[in-house]
Design a protein around this ligand. Structure first.
Ligand code: AMP
Length: 225
């Protein structure tokens, strides 16, 4: 499946596994994984001007304004490594972002090849996010119940300390899920109308979900160019 280009979008609420599956898709198809959340977190860490705008929204569980996010993606998609495909994880998240992405594709004579919506029950999303921990040094992800470290609070890979993402506390998670329902969930219908949407069950282990995604992509619209 790697002989053709893959321009993919991963849809789904925070915590559903977009980052994990995006990484696997990027490896399988040799395309960059473009995660807007990761880019914003990096900008915050590097104290860039974009980071200082983004951090106030992220900490409040709100979406960063469209003009900032769209500008960022426009620049990232113009980079040489994104010319033969990409997997977008966390973009688009609003109707305005989705139409801006369509316009960018159109301008470059490109089109999306598939939109994968990963679905799990809201209670499971809450459990995943509030129990999520990551290594402060190597960023490996863990979960207090379903993927614990051997020693509590210590990364198995590099012995770094585990931390909780500041926006993974319960109150902020609830706000993020509310933003998702109001602004992002309607995009499933948008992509459903264009025939690009494939819905995948996000329960089960990582490989199982990945196989479902690959199977779903095999049934996506086949392009010749
Ligand atoms: P994530 O890691 O994808 O859950 O994103 C973390 C946070 O970054 C979100 O809660 C938003 O504040 C911000 N963010 C990420 N992607 C977007 C986007 N496409 N539009 C607006 N804000 C975003």
């Amino acid at each position: 499946m790697s002989a053709r280009t893959w321009r993919l979008v991963l849809l789904g609420p925070p915590g559903v596994g977009k980052g994990t599956q995006g990484k696997l898709l990027a490896q399988a198809f040799r395309i960059p994984q473009i995660g807007t959340g990761d880019i914003f977190r990096n900008a915050v860490k590097e104290r860039t001007p974009m980071g200082s705008v983004a951090t106030t929204y992220m900490d409040a569980g709100k979406l960063v304004p469209d003009d900032v996010t769209i500008g960022l993606i426009e620049e990232r998609l113009a980079a040489p490594d994104a010319q033969n495909g990409f997997v977008l994880d966390g973009f688009p998240r609003t109707a305005q972002q989705a139409t801006a992405l369509d316009a960018m594709m159109h301008r470059n004579n490109q089109q999306l090849d598939g939109v994968i919506e990963i679905k799990v029950e809201p209670d499971e999303v809450l459990r995943r996010l509030t129990g999520r921990r990551l290594c402060a040094v190597c960023q490996t992800l863990y979960h207090l119940e379903s993927a614990p470290t051997r020693l509590p609070g210590v990364c198995d890979r590099c012995a770094g300390p585990l931390i909780q993402r500041p926006d993974d506390d319960k109150a902020t998670v609830l706000k993020r899920l509310d933003e998702y329902q109001r602004k992002t969930a309607p995009l499933a219908e948008y992509y459903g109308r264009s025939g690009l949407l494939r819905v995948v069950d996000g329960n089960g282990d990582v490989d199982e979900i990945f196989n479902r995604i690959i199977t779903a992509l095999k049934t996506s619209v086949v392009r010749t160019a």
